[in-house]
Design a protein. Structure first.
Length: 327
């Protein structure tokens, strides 16, 4: 068994738990966003047909290349000092791409004003988590949006990154782990910025949206058993309903990946999530997921955060054991 491989994913997760998100002034994800803006300024112009789709693809490839090269170079340079410096550099780069503590903190910032019945502040807090319009949401709507974001980002911001880091480590060592984690995180950033279904990004953002769908396809499906197992360990959560509702509603979303974790959270927490939402001026009739109550309370948000953390730890430990046995 390889101790270095066994500890790689848990160590990256532990850094996030202890340190939280790095300061924005030197956080690589902020650099990804800045780079994406520059690429968009240079390439999103002219016609809105197939040419715009190709320019969006080119922008994706350029951003990915610009992110991957420094990550690979950093680990390769660290490897000149030895095996463990390379391991530490890989762990650090994967940590930069993870966001469970930040996700939990943002969710709890929504729960706190809801508990005080401060709806305006709760709306402002949840607006940092979701892309939908929040100024018209009632208390229950704010709570649902928060829990949905925790569930969806469990895949997008946590399990997907851990999965690709683990696969990269297995195939190409620490350099591969860092490169694959950065690739996944960059794709997630590009999808958030460009993968919108409006007139501006419908063509330009096609490549970003499809890339994010592909990279999260398997992690989203692994999220369901992780949430079911996590529900066994979270007081007040139902593993049985997580499995039943998660499987029943796994395809009940226009996104190929979103419903797997959201439906499992709905079942585990006894909630009914999803439903119609407005993004800017665009009304989207999302389907409902689960068969529980729509009246989400701060207690549900706290339980969702515990469920997210438990599923994350289980995934990292399982991935570490698999890597330790096979590396």
């Amino acid at each position: 068994m390889s101790t270095a491989a066994l500890l790689f994913l848990p160590a990256s997760l532990l850094l996030d738990r202890l340190l939280g998100e790095a300061p924005s002034r030197w956080h690589p994800v902020c650099g990804m966003g800045w780079l994406a803006l520059r690429m968009e300024e240079g390439l999103r112009r002219g016609d809105s047909g197939p040419g715009m789709t190709l320019r969006g693809l080119l922008a994706c490839l350029l951003v990915l290349a610009a992110c991957l090269l420094p990550a690979c170079l950093a680990v390769r340079l660290a490897s000149l000092a030895g095996t463990w410096p390379a391991w530490a550099a890989g762990v650090l780069l994967v940590y930069f791409c993870l966001a469970p503590r930040s996700l939990a903190e943002h969710a709890l910032r929504v729960a706190a004003p809801l508990r005080r019945q401060d709806l305006p502040q709760a709306r402002r807090a949840v607006s940092l988590l979701v892309g939908r319009r929040t100024e018209t949401l009632d208390t229950a709507g704010v709570g649902r949006a928060c829990v949905e974001s925790v569930a969806e980002n469990l895949t997008d911001g946590v399990l997907g990154t851990l999965f690709w880091a683990g696969l990269g480590l297995l195939l190409w060592g620490e350099t591969g782990a860092a490169a694959c984690a950065v690739m996944h995180r960059a794709a997630n950033v590009l999808d958030a910025m460009w993968g919108k279904r409006n007139a501006v990004y419908r063509n330009f953002g096609t490549a970003a949206a499809r890339l994010d769908d592909v990279l999260n396809w398997l992690p989203a499906r692994l999220a369901l058993p992780c949430v079911v197992l996590a529900a066994l360990l979270v007081p007040g959560a139902s593993a049985c309903q997580a499995l039943v509702q998660g499987w029943r509603h796994r395809h009940a979303h226009e996104s190929p990946n979103s419903a797997w974790s959201e439906a499992a959270f709905a079942g585990a927490l006894g909630l009914r999530l999803g439903g119609p939402a407005t993004y800017g001026s665009l009304y989207v009739p999302h389907p409902w997921l689960g068969q529980g109550t729509t009246q989400v309370t701060p207690r549900h948000i706290h339980r969702a955060v515990r469920l997210m953390w438990t599923a994350t730890v289980l995934f990292a430990l399982a991935g570490g054991i698999c890597l330790g046995l096979t590396a």
